[in-house]
Write a protein that binds this ligand. Sequence first.
Ligand SMILES: NC(=O)c1ccc[n+]([C@@H]2O[C@H](COP(=O)([O-])OP(=O)(O)OC[C@H]3O[C@@H](n4cnc5c(N)ncnc54)[C@H](O)[C@@H]3O)[C@@H](O)[C@H]2O)c1
Ligand SMILES: [Fe+2]
Length: 382
Amino acid sequence: MNFNTIYQYNFPTTIRFGAGASKELGDYLIKNNLLKPLIVTDNTVAQLDFFKEIIADLKMKNISAEVFNDIHRNPVKSDVYKGTDVYDAMHRDAIVGIGGGAALDVARSIVLRINHREDLFKYDDLIGGDVYVTNDVPHFITIPTTAGTGSEVGRSAVIADDETHQKKILFSPKLLAKIVFADPLLTMELPPFITAATGMDALTHNMEAYLAKMPHPLCEGIALEGISLISRSLEKAVNNPDLESRSNMLIASLMGAVAFQKGLGVVHSLAHPLSSLLDTHHGLANAVNIPYGMEFNILGFEHKFKRIARALDLNEETGEAVVQFLFDLNSKINIPHKLNAIGVKPEHIETLTDMAVADFAHPNNPKPVTGADFKQLYLKAL
Ligand SMILES: NC(=O)c1ccc[n+]([C@@H]2O[C@H](COP(=O)([O-])OP(=O)(O)OC[C@H]3O[C@@H](n4cnc5c(N)ncnc54)[C@H](O)[C@@H]3O)[C@@H](O)[C@H]2O)c1
Ligand SMILES: [Fe+2]
């Protein structure tokens, strides 16, 4: 692969991938006669040079870009309502999400809300709310600035209740971006901690998607290649980044999100409660839990772990070697091996266990996970 070339892929939507791809946004908007976009981002990204350059370029092309960046780090419903108010008040005609998973999830939820004005959580996928997503949605464009969630190619958004902090999932095929500009140059300055945490989220997506019980060879092939790319690139992207490692991480994170339409598993169910209860970054929560969750999954699935070990290019093609690889990788990218290092205390375990049991991810795990299993896994990781 030539890292200075922009490639086009059409699965699952049009993806313009390569160094400089984000510079195509202005011409794309003009070509589609979208001259009043709402740009949704977060407060940190809004201050970065590349973001200011994108906005300046749009202005130079006589595109009226209105920026909305008033969002929480784990986004809540009121963020979505505020962004919708700006869209209405400023008479916008499209939505461009630029940022990590948090900003892209808010952008996607505003896309939903524009023509669906019932309470946002009526559309919660977990209570079958996707059937109410029947109206048209505005033209939606995504530009990822982290390499982790892959939300840019997703059809769902994770939004929490302002009071209870319980996370809800908004889902509809209509929420898939019409086009993704995936530009590794935007991720060049990602701080090491965010690179590590988001990169481990991407690795977790690929591994859990590969193992998830639904048969889906298309996604499994993508997941194995995603695992391979990350194993070759994450340490370098964290400690000594270059265009190759950043490009590999960005495409692999996108692949993880494409693959996890197949489902996720026990690791995401261990991780979600940490974000709800302790505001832990989603990727960090996955990173600490993944060796334990994968160890739990080995028995009965040795044949699948053999394929994962091959994708990781390990000498020993066993599940145990995969688990050791995960601990070693965490060490190399400064992720702790234990939950107590990220603020989890023994008194949290009961609540975390109840929340993990109620989580939506583990029913797709290759084997069932009981409350007793979750408790044991948390205690082992503590
Ligand atoms: N929709 C989905 O399918 C899906 C899947 C998994 C997670 N999520 C959600 O995504 C969110 C996490 O997303 P994330 O891991 O991308 O983190 P994030 O969006 O919270 O970003 C992490 C931090 O990095 C900063 N940042 C982003 N881009 C940067 C850049 N280029 N340079 C410097 N700093 C930058 C952000 O401002 C933020 O402070 C959570 O809310 C989670 O629930 C969504
Ligand atoms: Fe995730």
